[in-house]
Design a protein around this ligand. Structure first.
Ligand code: ASP
Ligand code: MG
Length: 483
């Protein structure tokens, strides 16, 4: 059983949805297609939801008209009259429910996270209806299933956490029977079901996560993430033009890459696949014959497979004169960061120097002045003597690869490369996972650091994935190759 996920750009309009239908038909049954909303529709829905609370009816009506038009344009591509009419009837109900929900928000004058999720789910629901109708119109038996009947979550609206056991039970009831009846199931990404049955969402970009959650719940043989890039790349091609696709990476590498800023996968996506060892393949709808990237438990060991940069960070440095205060200082700082919901992207501690460094997400925390003040206050409350320094406009550059950090000389090589490029290093973080080496640099140096590390560790020779293009039929059984 295969789960295929198609992102917003892959289902942006009628032509693309047709292409997706043919990609779905190209895979053996049983199969599930998980869809995102058409590109831009989620943003339109969120704007309408916020507008309903803050702006007038006219503003909201303009947005809902645009949303309707996007869906109707896809419906126009459904050739069979009966299927098109049936899809339009469901779309009408969805759009009417959307209007009702927006009217509720407008009356209340505030947008709750719960209402927001109910509203924003419209985009995925509509797309599932459209793709299922498109498939049937082409002669492929298919049905849509909405994830707010299947993906059990908690009630943290806007970023709900899944309940894997509940999802398994519900998938057996709501999805499996359709597959057993020979139908292709078109499933909504992004959304879930709170314990009280209301609609939740998994957070922006969450459809990838939906695909692996459903794949795990159904014991899928493979989860395919069909997207608009040809796979996991060795670097961001805007920074490194010679970046190329990495044919194979491990679960751990994929997680580190997502964590350190590679945009290709939602950071939580890999987790559900790990425990069951389900392979995850990243493929491009725009180049469907390219082999993409295969993510598995064991991947070929290479020291560095990709280089990423994550910017908009701050570097906090805490110096503790008394060695015996280190533990208390670290507890105070971590407590204060957590209490203020400041995400720690990387941390390190050099006890010999009695120094701790934290690379933290700077978004919306009022800059170094405010963050340092909070840390100092926390250290004072803990009665620990410490110096706090803070640097803004910092980027974290990561060299990711199984074993990258395990090789003793890897860090010194990396520092030497940056030194030759004249890039000052603000701190280094040896990850415990042995999968990523990270260094903090000034944000202005990040692109140059990525380029220097890419050319030193990865180089520009074409990968064998370029030279050899297996046909789709080979893909499922093909064992992995590295370039
Ligand atoms: N449509 C949702 C979003 O735009 C989910 C997704 O695309 O994965 O965030
Ligand atoms: Mg998306």
């Amino acid at each position: 059983m295969i789960v295929m996920k198609f992102g917003g750009t892959s289902v942006a309009d009628a032509t693309r949805v047709q292409q997706v239908a043919s990609l779905v038909e190209g895979q053996p049954s049983p199969r599930v297609a998980v869809v995102s909303a058409a590109a831009g529709v989620t943003n339109l829905l969120l704007d309408a939801a916020r507008g309903a609370a803050a702006e007038g009816d006219e503003f909201v009506a303009r947005l809902t008209a645009e949303i309707r038009a996007r869906h109707f344009a896809v419906a126009d591509g459904i050739a069979d009259d009966h299927e098109r009419a049936a899809a339009l009837a469901i779309l009408d109900q969805l759009h009417a429910a959307l209007d009702d929900a927006l009217a509720d928000v407008s009356r209340a004058g505030v947008l709750s996270a719960r209402d927001s999720d109910r509203i924003v789910a419209t985009g995925e629901k509509a797309m599932s209806v459209l793709l299922a109708a498109m498939l049937r119109s082409r002669g492929t038996p298919a049905t849509h299933v909405w994830a707010d009947r299947v993906v059990g979550t908690d009630d943290r609206y806007g970023g709900a956490r899944p309940d894997r056991a509940r999802t398994r039970e519900l998938a057996a009831l709501e999805v499996r029977p359709h597959l057993d009846n020979g139908l292709t199931v078109v499933f909504t990404g992004f959304i879930g079901r709170a314990p009280d049955g209301s609609t939740t969402t998994l957070g922006r970009g969450g459809s990838d996560y939906s695909a692996t959650l459903l794949g795990a719940a159904l014991d899928a043989d493979e989860v395919q993430i069909w997207t608009d890039v040809p796979g996991v790349l060795t670097a961001d091609p805007r920074q490194v033009p010679e970046a190329r696709v990495v044919p194979g990476i491990s679960y751990e590498e994929a997680q580190e890459l997502a964590h350190f800023g590679a945009k290709v996968l939602h950071p939580r996506t890999i987790r559900p696949a790990v425990s069951l060892g389900i392979p995850v393949r990243i493929l491009s709808t725009f180049a469907p014959n390219e082999p993409g990237t295969l993510v598995t438990r064991e991947a070929p060991a290479e020291s560095v497979k990709a280089v990423t940069a994550l910017s908009n960070l701050m570097l906090l440095t805490v110096d503790v004169p008394e060695l015996e205060d280190l533990a208390a200082a670290s507890a105070a700082v971590f407590g204060a960061l957590g209490g203020n919901r400041i995400e720690v992207v990387a941390a390190s501690q050099a006890s010999s120097r009695r120094r701790m460094t934290y690379v933290v997400d700077a978004n919306g925390h009022g800059g170094c002045a405010q963050v340092s003040r909070r840390m100092k206050a926390a250290l004072e409350r803990a009665e620990v003597e410490a110096e706090v320094a803070c640097e803004e406009n910092v980027a974290l550059v990561a060299a990711v690869g199984e074993g990258a950090a395990a090789v003793p000389q890897a860090l010194s090589q990396l520092l030497a490369v940056l030194g030759r490029a004249g890039i000052p290093v603000l701190s280094t973080n040896q990850q415990l996972s042995n999968v990523a080496l990270t260094v903090a640099v000034f944000a202005k140096d990040a692109a140059r650091a990525v380029q220097a590390l890419h050319s030193a560790f990865i180089g520009s020779q074409p990968a064998s994935s370029r030279a050899r293009r297996p046909r789709r039929a080979e893909l499922l059984s093909e064992s992995l190759r590295v370039g």
